[in-house]
Design a protein around this ligand. Structure first.
Ligand SMILES: Nc1ncnc2c1ncn2[C@@H]1O[C@H](COP(=O)(O)OP(=O)(O)O)[C@@H](O)[C@H]1O
Ligand SMILES: [Mg+2]
Length: 581
């Protein structure tokens, strides 16, 4: 995990090294200053020598200035290293997610990925900056102060050792109690983010079902829980301060008491005592900072793990060594295919499917929800790999093709399709980047999308909101079909893509397909008999198995499931909009 994360430091290695180096110099200067102060007092003021006061005063100023410069430099390098690192991490994660196959994506929730790329990276960024600055500063400061104390007076330094032991025990006590709470905080954070993501993206549904109150309560509960945990953690951490103060003042009292005795006895100078006081302060401060670093690191450890997980995820599908880039024709063969989702229930979704579809054929696919229709067609463009058997397009196993080439020639209009924010034209050009306006218009005519586009005041330049929020379901579906048609594919798959289009328009679209793209193999999944009955052959799926694969007339005679669906839909007058259309 550390290796994966360290790899993303990249061009910020220099800054990463320089930040602690400058911090080191800064600490060194800060350590020397009390030493010089001691000299001013002992050799200058007490001896009444103004010359010495000026000399050491000057040296002190120079040290202070160097320390300042080093501090600024260290701060800058730490900031640029940590923000740059965060940027690299996000880039790398984004690039990795783009490589994910459908099966990889199934493993993470969208909310999870978003949280990982935002909150978790920010956590890690803060921790990284903290480590660069404070984790190098605090131990160094502690060590140097300790050494200086021992140089000045060994016996008095023993006081510090005792104080350190007390403080160390107290910190240990606090830490061991807060860390588990913080761990819990983070897992709750995930839940909260997931609920925000889900509800905000589904806000229309929430409103439609008048679930605002319920969702509000649910969210408040999650937020309150998080709040309580935070209070618990922070109130434990708050003990840090009083304990620290107790120890510091205890030290100062002991120092004053014993120090006075030593001065009277002549074994310690006043200046040295002053320096000891400064060192006490810096030691305790370092300890305090160190404890904060521990909290920070433990808080970000969870984030680091989650980021590494995304980066280390291996894309499930890989291109073959010598990929084929040309799909010969639209022939599709399923050879005894079995398939199951890796991140699903583990049960096979498709069982021993054996189908042979000719180029240019139109095949309707019908069956109950969850019977595996979408799963079946997703195998054709290799969105998933089969468990057993093989799927061939144009006579070759789909695993032999270059994935990009295959997907360009096998166009799928997914069941859950989306448009992106941008103009209609931009959205269409997802299908073909350099498509001319005329080509786009032609595709829209075939998909019967031209009629409503032309009614928009801005036509093809109409702005589509994120997710296609400002067009109706049927319009969105037609745009998605047009986008797929622009690819001029050899195989066109419509996964229930006209469910929101009225039957008359649906019929027109199919008619256009038959006339304009006769050579393209068409797989049309639908819930309506009317959408599939004029297909060359119809596949009836039942629980992942082929129940029948024949023409409408023959299926009516031989297939009881098909007959039932047919009769049910004919009796109810087909579709509710049948009469209207
Ligand atoms: N991404 C997925 N991960 C796990 N299981 C899935 C996934 N997609 C679908 N399934 C399961 O596979 C089965 C078939 O689903 P699907 O092919 O979408 O059915 P249909 O399109 O016929 O309604 C269902 O039981 C469904 O729960
Ligand atoms: Mg489906």
């Amino acid at each position: 995990m550390l290796k994966t994360l360290a790899k993303e430091i990249r061009q910020y290695k220099k800054a990463t090294v320089l930040a602690p180096v400058f911090t080191g110099f800064e600490v060194l200067m800060e350590i020397l200053i009390p030493f010089v102060t001691a000299s001013i007092i002992d050799q200058g003021i007490e001896a009444g020598n103004m010359q010495k006061v000026y000399l050491y005063g000057g040296i002190m100023l120079i040290f202070a200035f160097i320390s300042l410069i080093c501090g600024v430099a260290a701060g800058r390098y730490a900031a640029s290293a940590s923000t740059g690192y965060a940027c690299n991490l996000r880039d790398a994660m984004y690039a990795r997610v783009q490589q994910y196959s459908f099966s990889n994506i199934d493993k993470y929730s969208t909310a999870g990925l978003v949280t990982r790329m935002t909150t978790d990276v920010t956590n890690l960024q803060n921790a990284y900056q903290m480590i660069l600055r404070i984790a190098s500063r605090a131990p160094l400061m502690l060590l140097c102060s300790m050494v200086m104390c021992f140089v000045i007076n060994v016996r008095l330094s023993l006081i510090f050792l005792a104080a350190l032991a007390v403080l160390g025990c107290a910190l240990f006590f606090i830490m061991t109690r807060t860390l588990p709470v913080f761990q819990e905080v983070f897992s709750k954070y995930d839940d909260l983010n997931a609920s925000v993501q889900e509800n905000v993206s589904g806000i229309r549904v929430v409103k439609a079902f008048v679930r605002e109150d319920y969702e509000n309560k649910k969210f408040s509960k999650a937020a309150e829980q998080l709040c309580r945990l935070f209070i618990k953690a922070e109130s434990l951490l708050a003990l840090n301060n009083p304990i620290m103060m107790l120890v510091i003042y205890g030290c100062i009292i002991c120092l004053s008491w014993f120090g006075a005795h030593f001065i009277v006895a002549g074994t310690l100078t006043t200046g040295n005592l002053t320096s000891l006081f400064s060192y006490v302060m810096s030691m305790m401060m370092s300890l305090m900072m160190l404890s904060m670093v521990f909290v920070m690191i433990s808080m970000s450890a969870a984030s680091a793990r989650r980021i590494a997980q995304v980066l280390e995820e291996k894309p499930d599908l890989a291109d073959p060594d010598q990929p084929v880039t040309e799909v010969e024709d639209g022939r599709i063969d399923f050879n005894h295919v079995s398939f199951s989702y890796k991140h699903g229930s583990g049960e096979a979704v498709l069982h021993n499917i054996d189908l042979h579809i000719l180029p240019g054929e139109t095949v309707g696919i019908i069956g109950g929800t969850g019977c595996g229709k979408s799963s079946l067609v997703n195998l054709v463009s290799r969105l998933y790999d089969v468990d057993e058997g093989s799927v061939c397009v144009g006579g070759r196993d789909v695993r032999e093709y270059d994935m990009e080439a295959l997907r360009n020639q096998v166009a799928v209009v997914l069941q859950k399709n989306v448009l992106f924010s941008g103009t209609i034209l931009e959205n269409l050009r997802w299908g073909k980047e350099d498509a001319s306006k005329e080509e786009c218009a032609e595709a829209c005519r075939q998909a019967c999308a031209d009629e409503f586009i032309e009614r928009f005041p801005e036509g093809y330049d109409t702005w589509i909101e994120q997710g296609g929020a400002n067009v109706s379901g049927g319009q969105k579906q037609r745009l998605c079909i047009a986008r797929a048609l622009l690819k001029k594919p050899k195989v066109l798959i419509l996964d229930d893509s006209t469910s929101a289009v009225d039957t008359a328009t649906d019929g027109k679209i199919r008619e256009a397909f038959a006339k304009k793209i006769p050579g393209t193999t068409k797989l049309i999944i639908s819930q309506r008999i009317s959408s599939v009955q004029d297909a060359d052959r119809i596949l009836v799926l039942e629980e992942g198995k082929v129940s029948g694969f024949d023409t409408h007339e023959k299926l009516l005679k031989t297939n009881s499931i098909y007959r039932e669906i047919y009769e049910a839909q004919i009796k109810s007058g087909g579709d509710f909009d049948e009469k209207a259309g």
